[in-house]
Design a protein. Structure first.
Length: 264
């Protein structure tokens, strides 16, 4: 049995799901105590979250940390940590990971503090925990959307928490990816359409897809429609044929994609 954990600055999302029994799905959110360590928060979650009372063979952790892409053809495993550390300057000791994303011809580098990894492995068992960037299943899902349009370029914006993940694809190739801290709709518009301008993208014909919780997604769609002609909200329930994972309230879009990516 597999346990999925989504890490964010404010919450831990837990999901129990097996593709072989698609109607058997448990989901829970645990709000982090901001002054407590992750170890203490995990102990609290183990006591309060019912689904954690099961035994798990594997624990899949979705890390919401920053990602930097590397072209697949240029990637060497031994270069992952030096390359990531060149791009970012972490304050604490980090453990660097990578995800291969062949659907967009890229490798995503990401990292978590060593203390976070230690807390998870101490709680669930070192040999059981596997790490994935939360953005990886999202981009894998994006890669299959909008391919039937006349435009090979597509812009995708995933809004969640206080961030906007912006991904630009051309057919099966990643043109650009970046993550921005945002406080308002105008922030999201600025970053999205400034990126489009730098890539010389014609926003009068290029489709723009917006994913995220309804309360965040729909205002962004309305805002974008002032500037772009083809703006489409992403509805997970429709995309995933009203699967129980996609129709359960509160499940973040990246976790939906991670759980159902093999069904896309």
């Amino acid at each position: 049995m597999s346990l999925f954990i989504r890490l964010s600055d404010s919450d831990l999302c837990f999901a129990r799901y097996e593709a072989g029994t698609p109607t058997d799905f448990d989901f829970a959110t645990f709000h982090l105590a901001p002054q407590a360590s992750l170890t203490l928060n995990l102990r609290g979650a183990m006591q309060q979250v019912g689904l954690l009372q099961h035994d798990f063979d594997r624990v899949e952790v979705l890390a919401g940390s920053a990602v930097t892409p590397v072209p697949l053809a240029d990637f060497q495993e031994e270069d992952a940590a030096p390359f990531y550390q060149f791009c970012f300057e972490p304050e604490a000791r980090q453990r660097v990971f990578y995800d291969t994303v062949p659907s967009v011809n890229a490798v995503f580098l990401f990292a978590l503090p060593e203390s976070v990894c230690h807390a998870l492995e101490e709680t669930f068992g070192e040999g059981r925990v596997r790490y994935t960037a939360a953005l990886t299943p999202v981009v894998q899902t994006f890669a299959g959307k909008g391919l039937g349009t006349s435009e090979s370029r597509r812009i995708f914006v995933y809004v969640h928490d206080d961030r906007a993940e912006i991904v630009v694809l051309e057919a099966g190739r990643l043109l650009m990816q970046n993550s921005f801290t945002v406080q308002s709709l105008t922030d999201i518009s600025y970053y999205t359409f400034n990126m489009a301008r730098h890539l010389a993208i014609d926003i009068s014909s290029t489709p723009v897809f917006v994913a995220g919780p309804t309360l965040l997604r729909d205002p962004v769609v309305t805002e974008f429609q002032q500037y772009a002609a083809k703006v489409f909200p992403i509805h997970p329930a429709a995309d995933f044929n009203r699967h129980i994972v996609a129709t359960t309230d509160g499940v973040p879009y990246d976790l939906v994609c991670a759980l159902l990516r093999r069904r896309v």
